[in-house]
Design a protein around this ligand. Structure first.
Ligand SMILES: *Cc1c(COP(=O)(O)O)cnc(C)c1O
Length: 366
């Protein structure tokens, strides 16, 4: 063992980092981004605002990002119908950083988080990074959660943090509010609802459950529907006391003046950015229909991606698609693959490549 391996924390030794492959492939449908790049109008506004902000680069940025948080609160209030104040919203460099700050404040060594797998792999990985024990509870065979059963397992284990994800990555399944409120009632700790894909869903947001539930936290991101993944901006809505607690662990000035300016530009163009959501949803629905048409199992999706299977050898199907220039995601659910809804042309390329691969497989079958 090398010196560095010896010096590394015991609980990190031998682990592999998060690593969705970043390959130079024509059609990339593996990380659930919005396929539409920013418009010329947004770029112009963004460049102007960023240049203006850069004029104050010699000074540290607003540590509390108050203007940005106020605008996020206004956006989220309008989107969910639940009034939110600036003191209920917190922002960081991607919702992953928000989740990390939550675990730094409410998890950590000697504490436990519980998640329902398969779910977003970063929930477990951020637990590892913060020394929080992660208890994995399996979903039902159709990947749903049932209110009573979920509440029971939460009551039985009494974790410090419960992760819910709705719509859930990688299954696309969304939670009805009664499941969230049942889990909340059964939990003694924080209940974090990861709503990274909420804009693609027609269900009411868990934000509407916040009044009177001070242990409930709803996380959101600008990386998916907002088409702003590279800017790195995630946020949460919660009781003001949760937001205050996060100030104990966040690094000072964590959100650069450039990030704050860029995110505010995107929010000023929210209607335009979110106008692509309907087009993406149409391709998602097409994926569900056409994959079923190919004789595959498809999990109903409220997000911008679809989990499909079942394959005897999902890794071989993944490679076959890559050989045809299409990158999808092997999320580690045996027999299943996940594909992001792209533009109409990208989705067509994927479906054609898959159909060609399936008929190849038939030809080699005995
Ligand atoms: C993509 C994704 C995120 C987003 O992470 P960012 O750090 O905001 O880019 C969060 N949660 C889930 C479930 C995701 O799939």
């Amino acid at each position: 063992m090398s010196d560095i391996e010896n010096l590394l924390r015991d609980d990190l030794r031998g682990r592999t980092p998060y690593g969705a492959p970043q390959l130079d492939v024509a059609v990339r449908l593996n990380t659930n981004e919005n396929p539409y790049p920013p418009s010329a109008a947004l770029l112009e506004d963004l460049a102007r605002r960023v240049a203006e902000a850069a004029g104050t680069m010699n000074r540290y940025p607003d540590r509390d990002a108050l203007e940005l948080r106020g605008e996020l609160a206004a956006y989220l209030s309008a989107a969910t119908g639940a009034p939110l104040g600036v003191d209920q919203v917190w922002a960081a460099n991607g919702s992953n950083e928000v989740l990390q700050q939550l675990l730094q404040a409410f998890g950590g060594p000697g504490r436990q988080a519980l998640g329902f797998d398969p779910t977003y792999s970063m929930h477990r990985l951020i637990c590892v990074g913060t020394g929080t024990d992660y208890l994995s509870v399996p979903r039902l065979p159709d990947f749903r959660l049932e209110a009573e059963a979920a509440a029971l397992v939460v009551r039985e284990h009494g974790p410090d943090v419960v992760f819910l994800c709705s719509p859930n990555n990688p299954t696309g399944t969304a939670l009805d509010l009664d499941v969230i409120s049942a889990v909340y009632d059964a939990a003694r700790g924080l209940v974090v609802v990861d709503e990274a894909y909420a804009e693609f869903s027609t269900r009411p947001s868990a934000v509407t459950l916040l009044p009177g539930r001070d242990r409930l936290v709803v996380t959101r991101t600008m990386s998916k529907a907002f088409a702003f993944a590279a800017a790195r901006l995630g946020y949460l809505a919660a009781d003001p006391a949760v937001v205050e607690a996060l100030q104990l662990v966040r690094l000072p000035y964590h959100l650069s003046v450039l990030t704050q300016a860029a995110a505010r530009a995107a929010l000023a163009h929210a209607d335009e950015l979110l106008a692509t959501v309907e087009a993406v949803k149409a391709q998602r629905d097409r994926l569900v229909r056409d994959l079923r048409g190919l004789g595959l199992d498809v999990v109903p999706s409220d997000a911008n991606f679809v989990l499909f299977g079942e394959f005897g050898d999902a890794a071989a199907t993944w490679q076959g698609l890559l050989d045809r220039g299409v990158l999808v995601r092997d999320v580690g659910v045996p027999g299943w693959l996940r594909v992001t809804a792209g533009t109409e042309a990208e989705t067509t390329t994927f479906l054609d490549a898959l159909a060609a691969g399936l008929s190849d497989a038939e030809r080699v079958a005995p």
